[in-house]
Write a protein that binds this ligand. Structure first.
Ligand SMILES: Nc1ncnc2c1ncn2[C@@H]1O[C@H](COP(=O)(O)OP(=O)(O)OP(=O)(O)O)[C@@H](O)[C@H]1O
Length: 276
């Protein structure tokens, strides 16, 4: 138990690219107010109000079943796809409550993209995977599509590895490459926010560290929200951390504070490995 805590502390001490300039004004990219999520009659998330800051990495941590993924899916209305799931409360994106039936969810998901736990490329070429979204949204110009594909693959740190085989099947890529391809596919839609649901949990340590490096790069251009089971990963890559427990948001704040100076006993117990 002790060991786990000290590893996280070492991780925080060793963090590179630390740019916590206290004078920089935080801009809110997304915000929920009084959010409740039900699966049938089961209340899975209770009264969650929190901002997600622009160009920051925000990590959601907590034990299995506490509601991390449910909350992540709320942020781009993906819970709409789950039968029996009901989301009450407000989700503000660009000062507009997107939790309203009149909102075009495809437009929302274009701006707030999502990458899932298991890489899920289409059984198509690498090129067609990345070009898929823009084509669906009406882009027909081949040159423009080529530019989008190259730019997205570069941003996903995959271009050098695949530039000579863009017409080969995406399914022939390694798991880590497939996950970066899925990130490129999301980037191709030019989103503001990227929601990543345990994007490295199915990957080996080397692929995981590539994804982590990539996430820290991506925040320059995007707001990144990540669900992770791995507290060291949260400590390594996130600026803000939210700790969920049994459907409640127990504590939210700068990652350094959550791990080294938590205000709630439950957070302290969790980050020090005493439960979960
Ligand atoms: N599709 C669903 N139908 C019914 N209940 C669900 C569904 N998805 C999640 N739940 C319930 O909602 C609660 C929160 O689940 P959620 O998957 O959001 O938690 P989590 O913290 O992401 O868990 P994990 O870390 O195991 O992925 C749990 O009680 C879970 O059983």
């Amino acid at each position: 138990m002790e060991k786990r805590q000290s590893k996280v502390a070492v991780t925080l001490t060793n963090r590179k690219n630390e740019r916590q300039d206290k004078n920089v004004k935080k801009v809110t990219a997304l915000e929920t107010k009084d959010l409740h999520v039900y699966y049938g009659s089961n209340l899975a998330l209770k009264n969650i109000s929190m901002p997600i800051y622009k160009n920051q990495v925000t990590a959601f941590i907590g034990p299995s079943g506490c509601g991390k993924s449910t909350y992540l899916r709320s942020l781009n209305r993906m819970n709409d796809e789950i039968q029996g799931c009901r989301v009450e409360g407000s989700i503000f994106y660009k000062d507009f409550n997107i939790n309203q039936s009149s909102v075009n969810v495809f437009e929302i998901r274009k701006n707030i993209g999502m990458v899932f736990q298991r890489p899920n490329p289409f059984a198509k070429s690498i090129f067609d995977n990345v070009a898929f979204g823009p084509k669906q949204h009406g882009e027909k110009n081949k040159k423009v599509l080529q530019e989008i594909v190259e730019k997205s693959l570069r941003k996903a740190a995959l271009w050098d590895e695949v530039k000579d085989r863009l017409n080969k099947s995406a399914l022939a890529l390694s798991g880590g490459q497939q996950q970066r391809l899925c990130i490129a596919r999301a980037i191709a839609m030019e989103p503001d926010v990227l929601l990543l649901d345990e994007p490295a949990s199915a990957l080996d340590p080397i692929s995981t560290s590539k994804i982590e490096e990539l996430i820290m790069e991506l925040k320059k251009d995007y707001t990144v929200v990540i669900v992770t089971h791995n507290m060291q990963q949260a400590a390594r890559i996130s600026d803000y951390t939210a700790f969920f427990y049994m459907g409640d948001l127990i504590e939210y704040g700068e990652t350094r504070n959550i791990f080294t100076n938590p205000q709630q006993k439950q957070t302290e117990d969790y980050v020090s490995g005493n439960f979960g």
